[in-house]
Design a protein around this ligand. Structure first.
Ligand code: BTN
Length: 331
């Protein structure tokens, strides 16, 4: 999609229809070319309503991402500015993009947002759906001088950063479902995918990809195969502006990872327990060796899930685990 699509989207307004001919004249193209571009935007999830014979209007406001507005939300001590934040219009995956850029010269942290991901990746080989203007999709790259084994718990720390940011905006019921789904009322609001690279013994790098449902709209039913929620439906007050939300998420995640860099996951255990939506629930853990059932009793010092079973405690540290809440909290 050309840069025109971004400009075209910026011209559309909520509750004010603009005709194809006006847009065509504005861009010096045919009405058919405008229609094609609108259909392309709609295919990426942009909330554009089409009124035959009248034209196009937005069904909900779309605030396009802007690195300067995002950076404005960052505290000075993080020493990160707009130049360290890339905002791409369309890309396969923000995490793949950062992975391609890792080099000795590459700054750390480095941040990449995208309005459209054509190959958004989720955990366990799933794809990630993020409609144009209705979600936030971004990744952060950090370099570490230490071994990968010392990064145990990093993905939970990123989740803690995300929950802190959401709570700052008043989403006080945002919680974490181990290892790193962000949930509200047992529905998935955000997902986190942490990928490590480099030398296992160090130096190494971590790329955390974060996807948040802001206002998904109707088509999401088609693309998401699990219970989901978005910020728009999580509460009645207005949804935060995307740039402000992006800035706060970035600030909170960077701050949490800086804290982690100087300590270990054990210093986050208490806070994780406050957000832990599994704790005290009967859970079903599926591993390569089959299913196990028990009661989730929190996480250990490395962030591994502890499950109390009839045969003793099970400690699950692999990301290849699926857990189902099967009952109410155990006394
Ligand atoms: C999950 O399955 O819960 C993890 C979802 C992670 C999605 C984000 S969106 C930004 C980044 N780029 C990707 O391709 N994936 C992550």
């Amino acid at each position: 999609m050309s840069i025109e699509a971004k400009q075209l989207l910026a011209l559309l307004q909520v509750d004010k229809t603009i005709s194809g001919s006006v847009l065509a004249a504005r861009f010096g193209v045919t009405r058919a070319a405008i229609w094609k571009q609108i259909e392309s935007l709609r295919s990426h999830g942009a909330p554009i309503g089409v009124q035959t014979g009248k034209g196009y209007a937005l069904q909900s406001r779309v605030e396009q991402l802007d690195a300067r507005l995002i950076a404005a939300g960052l505290p000075a001590e993080l020493a990160l500015d707009a130049a360290d934040i890339d905002v791409c219009w369309q890309i396969d995956s923000t995490s793949s993009e950062l992975a391609r850029r890792v080099s000795a010269e590459c700054a750390s942290p480095r941040v990449c947002f995208a309005e459209i991901q054509t190959g958004g990746r989720g955990r366990r080989g799933r794809s990630w759906y993020s409609p144009l203007g209705g979600g936030l999709a971004f990744s952060i790259l950090w370099k570490f001088e230490r071994s990968m084994s010392t990064l145990a718990g990093l993905s939970l720390v990123v989740g803690i950063g995300v929950v802190r940011a959401l709570r700052d905006f008043g989403y006080v019921d945002a919680g974490l479902k181990w290892p790193n789904d962000v949930q509200i009322r047992r529905r998935k609001l955000a997902g986190i995918l942490v990928e490590l690279g480099g030398d296992a013994l160090g130096p190494c790098h971590a790329i955390a990809g974060i996807g948040i449902n802001v206002r998904l709209g109707e088509p999401a039913q088609e693309f998401i195969d699990q219970a989901w929620i978005d910020l728009a439906s999580a509460r009645r007050e207005s949804v935060p502006e995307r740039n402000a939300l992006a800035g706060r998420l970035l600030a909170r995640v960077l701050e949490a990872v800086e804290q982690f860099r100087n300590t270990t996951f054990s210093s986050f255990k208490k806070e994780f327990a406050q957000y832990d939506v599994l704790r005290g629930h009967s859970v079903r853990v599926s591993t390569a060796r089959g299913f196990r059932e028990g009661v989730a009793v929190g996480v250990d010092d490395s962030g591994a899930l502890r499950v109390s079973t009839t045969n003793g405690e099970l400690v699950v540290d692999s990301g290849e685990v699926s857990i189902r809440i099967r009952s109410e909290v155990q006394p």
